[in-house]
Ligand binder design. Sequence first.
Ligand SMILES: [Zn+2]
Length: 192
Amino acid sequence: MLEEDGTENEALKDENQDVLTSDISHLNSQQDISVITDENGKVLLTRLEEKYLILPMTCEYKITSEYGKRTHPITGEEKLHAGIDLVGEHHTEILTIAEGTVTYAGEQNGYGNCIEIKHNVNGKTIYSFYAHLSKIEVRVGEKVEAGDIIGLEGGAKTDPNPGTSTGHHLHFEIRTASGSGHSIDPRKYIDF
Ligand SMILES: [Zn+2]
């Protein structure tokens, strides 16, 4: 569980549910690596905790749409909302959630300016996707670190390439493979 000051106090356990250490108070939202040590301080395991991937923006934000199936207000059609919508300050900086490599940076139908980044989390490949950006600050093939600024929030009518958007916000996805159609609930990886 996250405490009010942002530290994590849940004990780390191995696959047999044995507590390895509960001293992970050094973790914060900007630090997504946990280190497991033995009683002599020897490092046994360093791993990227799934839930410690950082938020894609640092300002206050409101979630206006969750991941999941929703009924279109006009067509009545049930459709998957493949990401989570965060409304932050207009043009706030968008940060990459973990280290990785940019696999897409450009305009896409409906999404406007968008970026896809490939990550390795605990040996698993996942992709993060950021849409409705007013500005893109990375290129395909570029290596990024967690927290790097990759673009600016957008999606307002006055923004370049807003895509299908009723107001400025970040549409954020986690994908198990590159491209649309592979989304999973971003809350599996990030505590919004
Ligand atoms: Zn969305």
